[in-house]
Every structure is written in C-alpha cells, then in structure tokens.
Ligand binder design. Sequence first.
Ligand code: MLT
Ligand code: MN
Ligand code: ZN
Length: 301
Amino acid sequence: MPRLRAIVLGAAAGGGYPQWNCRCAICVLAWNRDPRVTPRTQSSLAVEGADGRWALLNASPDLRSQIIATPDLHPRQGPRQSPISDVVLTNADIDHVMGLVHLRERQPLKVHAAAPILAAIAANPVFRVLSGESVSFVVIEPDTPFHIAGDVEVRAFAVPGKSPLYLEGEQGSDWRDDGSAIALELSRGGQTMIYAPGVADLPDQMVVRFNRADTLLLDGTVYHDDDLTRAGVGSKSGRRMGHVPIAGAGGSLERLRHGRGRRIYVHLNNTNPVLVAGSLERRDVEARGWEVAHDQMEIVL
Ligand code: MLT
Ligand code: MN
Ligand code: ZN
C-alpha cells in the first residue's frame, strides 16, 4: 500500500530564521553560527503522491532555494518538466503565497485554496504572471475531499485565523473562521496527517480532530504568547498575530496533551526559544512528546 511521505521544505514562520534585520538573542545565535541552532527557511511542506508526483503545501518566498535543496523536486525530463503538480494554500499570508511567483514559466499546475485566499491572490496583479493556460486555480470547499499529486486525499477545514497582515486595513485583525485560514487533513494508505501551520485558537472540536491524526504538524510560531515582548522586538502577542502559543493556559501543549500520534511543531518564529537545542523550552516540548521541525525533515507514515 502506498504510504504518505512528506518533506519539510521550510520550518520557519514569515521572515525565516534568522530574520534579515533581527538581532534578538535567538537570531544572534544563528548569525554567530552557534552549533545549538540551525537556520530555517519559510513555511512550506512537500508531499509525495503517485508516479513521482509531488504537491506543495504553501509556497514560500524561499521556494526556489527549497526546490534546489530537494532532489525529489528537481525536473526529470527535458526540455521543461517538474514533479510538482499541485499547490495547496492554507492562508494568504506572504510567507505562504509569495512563492507562487517562482512557479511561473508556463508549467501545468493546479493551485488549490479556499475562496477568500483565492480572492486575495486575484486582487494582486503580480500573480498574473502565472499563465492562465497552464495554471488553474481551484476553490477548496470545506470538508469536501479532493486529490493532489495523483492519489493523496485532502480534506480542508476552517480553523480560527486572521486575515493577512497586508489586508488588515480592509478586513480588520480579529480572528475569524470563515475559511481565511484552513488546516489540511491528508490521507494515503490508510494513514492521516494534519498540516496546520496557522491556528489562532484550539476549540474542542479541533482538539478532537488533531488528536486523532497519525501525524500532526502544528503552528509553533511562539512558545509564550508574549515571545516578541520578551525578545524586545515587538509588542504583538502570538494570538494577536493569529497563532496560538505552545505554552501557557490554552496553549497547544496543554490542549493537545492527549494526542496519540507523532506531533511536530512547524512555522517557528525566529524569536521562539524552542529553536535552541537544549533550551528549557525545547526540553519542555520534547519531554511532552513533541518534535521541532527543521528544513529537509522527512516524515514517512
Ligand atoms: C504570520 O504567519 O503571522 C505571517 O506570516 C506574518 C507575516 O506576514 O510575516
Ligand atoms: Mn506565517
Ligand atoms: Zn530574531
């Protein structure tokens, strides 16, 4: 039976790790090439399907270098070819959609996203570089299964999230669950994996669903809700940015403590102390059975 196989292309949140203009304590470790830390590119996952086809879950601004770093995603036949057949977007944040511009050059491709995400893309003329003949945009309906990369089944469901930063002026900054942010439940060979890199809150019905997955890749943007304040780089809380914290009351460690599958934090902000091997926070999440994703981490179910 075919198995679900995925490669983390980028494990960091928007800005990457280290972030270009940041000298927070954790970025300084990366600038100094401290062996306790490893740089990470921006948020994306690749999933393998039938006949060597692959789908991207989110397309980050680092996509070109991520493809180069991942032999499975290299073109295999002349003169023009790519194993990448589909892209699925979980929200319209810059770190998840800007990579679409790397996928121009008339390559046949399907881009799947919920209606509010497709509307944000359609409103931005830069994405017109994706040629209409080769690239089709497909609306994802909640909880209606569809297939990517041939035989990987996907069910999307709305999660609490907020509009992208660049649309806050028009749409406000409150959380919503109108489909502006979705999580993806993938299945192949009887195994399921949930990918949820942006989740503002963990209501009960989501906890049940997340805990059932064989593998969960979850929003690990911030450890404490006030990581940015602690790091001296800003005042926005994790929740205000649309990201439930790892620690504290209502955080993912507490809410998902009864999870039975493999659990991995992705979308790590550069201020998150779990990026540092051996830190208190890293040891805390590991002691509770969580892993911290890194670029090129391979997940086979
Ligand atoms: C987020 O996940 O909060 C966004 O990617 C932030 C950003 O736009 O950089
Ligand atoms: Mn993001
Ligand atoms: Zn930093």
